[in-house]
Design a protein around this ligand. Structure first.
Ligand SMILES: [Zn+2]
Ligand SMILES: [Zn+2]
Ligand SMILES: [Zn+2]
Ligand SMILES: [Zn+2]
Ligand SMILES: [Zn+2]
Length: 210
């Protein structure tokens, strides 16, 4: 299940294009079409599972049915209601981004998870791009960061021309120099340590030979 915001219908009624029996199918908690439906054992009204879970946590001892039955006892959604739900034809939630698909109730979630009209954010320009155009955009966006494989310098795509072969070689030269300086320092430290060990040994020898 994709993001289910508290009491915001996962499936608003106006996305169903052939809704004939709304009273049977609407979850009165969120006023949307029951999603992941379960029902009240008394009145058999369906509710979204996430809606009824939230409803329950907000009540203490006695859990009343949202339809004012004296107690809510959960049961599986009656097959007759499931049957009607499965006849529903629903527009994709990404219709406003351009998706023209109509899905049946039970294919909706699968489609929306992979829909090409989901919005994704470009790592370079921060713009929202529909998923189906996203790869092409990122492959061309001037602000996307690139990493030089030779020297590991990072720059935006539009700066790529400034990272010439000479620039790259210069960076690598600096890196080599830094590495050599570090090696030299390590070498000197080690030599220092060795010298002081030799000194210590000499002192011990001198004491023994006295
Ligand atoms: Zn609901
Ligand atoms: Zn009830
Ligand atoms: Zn879609
Ligand atoms: Zn971009
Ligand atoms: Zn480079």
């Amino acid at each position: 299940m994709t993001a289910f915001i508290k009491y915001q219908p996962y499936l608003p009624k106006d996305r169903v294009i052939n809704l004939t029996l709304p009273d049977l199918l609407v979850c009165t908690i969120c006023d949307g079409i029951a999603w992941l439906p379960v029902a009240c054992r008394n009145c058999e009204k369906p509710f979204c599972l996430p809606c009824i879970e939230t409803w329950k946590t907000e009540r203490e001892d006695l859990i009343t049915c949202p339809h004012s039955c004296s107690e809510f006892i959960q049961r599986a959604c009656p097959p007759s209601i499931i049957h009607i739900l499965n006849t529903l034809q629903v527009t994709c939630r990404y219709k406003t981004n351009g998706c023209a698909e109509t899905l049946s109730y039970n294919n909706l979630e699968k489609h929306e998870k992979g829909c090409g009209y989901r919005l994704m954010t470009c790592s370079g320009c921060d713009e929202k791009i529909v998923q189906k155009d996203f790869q092409e955009h990122e492959n061309n966006c001037a602000l996307v960061l690139l990493t030089c494989k030779e020297c590991m310098s990072v720059y935006q795509r539009h700066q790529q021309d400034q990272h010439t072969e000479i620039t790259c070689l210069r960076v690598q030269l600096h890196q080599l120099r830094d590495r050599m300086t570090q090696k030299e320092k390590d070498y000197n430290d080690k030599q220092h340590a060795l010298e002081s060990q030799v000194n210590d040994l000499n002192q011990i020898l001198a004491q023994i030979s006295i």
